[in-house]
Design a protein around this ligand. Structure first.
Ligand code: NAP
Length: 283
């Protein structure tokens, strides 16, 4: 039987630390770390994420601004807003909620955000810094996964780490962070031959595919640490991960549930990045 990694508890403890840090920051400097979130259009999932980001800011005492723009917003208007926020001293973190409506070029928008305020760590300058291990911001979801692994007390050094998924926002940076902790890292994707043969080698398995209950108990090693990044909506509306919890939990040593695992960590790490940015802007 695995120990369940309680993402809500780990997130609450990081947020409590951030709240105390924010009060000290305010006492010392007379202003609060500030996060600006831009959302374009009405995508319901994005609306929820943005509300949660706003709530997270309130919880830890940050200043926040949310810009809700109509779906037909032009690229020119969006880029002008990003430019204004880049120059705004009250704002230390800027994020534009993705996906954007099809007529807007996401890459252009990411490139327009000042890398020193890019708290999502999507700008190529920040991606490059992660590669060389000299970064200000870590991408939020992989950083959250690292905190969860840390919470288990399992040392990553020398372990077989397998990441399934190679997206720019999860899989690739996740592999890099595990490598920086001296894991022996393998990245799998849709062209991987005999996926189960690779996943069965994993002491630490991080799954970010986007397919409900895809990883089953026969695909994992006895005693593995299993981190499920997946968030999939089933037909009945329930949220489920990429890992079949029922068959993996008896074999794993630690496992994250969905919901209540990686999800709560992502926004928490965004808040952490905003704190870091505010401190960097003092320098
Ligand atoms: P993505 O961009 O769609 O990438 C999915 C990856 O899975 C791709 O690299 C793909 O391989 C690989 N894949 C697909 N089918 C596969 C198969 N049969 N075997 C092996 N690999 C396969 O997704 P993402 O943005 O990384 O997100 C992944 C999941 O995490 C989604 O469920 C998403 O909702 C969730 N997510 C959660 C959070 C959170 O805060 N909890 C944050 C971000 C994402 P190819 O590259 O070969 O196509």
């Amino acid at each position: 039987m695995a120990k369940i990694i309680d993402g809500r508890a780990v997130a609450a403890s990081v947020r409590a630390g951030l709240k105390a840090e924010c009060e000290q920051f305010y006492a010392d400097n007379g202003f609060r770390p500030g996060l600006a979130v831009i959302i374009v259009g009405e995508d319901p999932a994005s609306q929820v994420y943005v509300r949660n980001k706003e709530k997270g800011c309130n919880e830890v005492g940050f200043y926040s601004e949310v810009y809700r723009l109509p779906a037909d917003t032009t690229e020119e208007t969006l880029l002008a807003l990003v430019d204004k926020l880049n120059k705004d001293d009250k704002i230390h973190g800027i994020l534009c909620q993705l996906p954007l409506p099809k007529h807007l070029d996401e890459t252009k928008v990411i490139l327009a955000i000042d890398p020193s305020k890019d708290v999502d760590a999507f700008h190529p300058e920040n991606v490059g810094k992660i590669m060389i291990g000299n970064y200000s911001f870590l991408p939020c979801t992989p950083a959250g996964v690292m905190k969860l692994i840390e919470s288990t007390g399992v040392d990553i050094s020398g372990k077989e780490c397998v990441v399934i998924g190679r997206s720019n926002i999860v899989g690739k940076p996740q592999a890099m962070l595990l490598l920086q902790k001296n894991g022996t890292v393998t990245i799998c994707h849709s062209r991987t031959k005999d996926l189960a043969e690779v996943t069965r080698r994993a002491d630490i398995l991080v799954v970010a595919i986007g397919k409900a209950d895809f990883i089953t108990g026969d695909m994992i090693k006895e005693g593995a640490v299993v981190i499920d990044v997946g968030m999939n909506r089933k037909d009945d509306g329930k949220l489920t991960g990429d890992v079949d919890f029922a068959s993996c939990e008896p074999k794993a040593s630690f496992i994250t549930p969905v919901p209540g695992g990686v999800g709560p960590m992502t926004i928490t790490m965004l808040l952490q990045n905003t704190m870091t940015s505010a401190k960097n802007h003092l320098k």
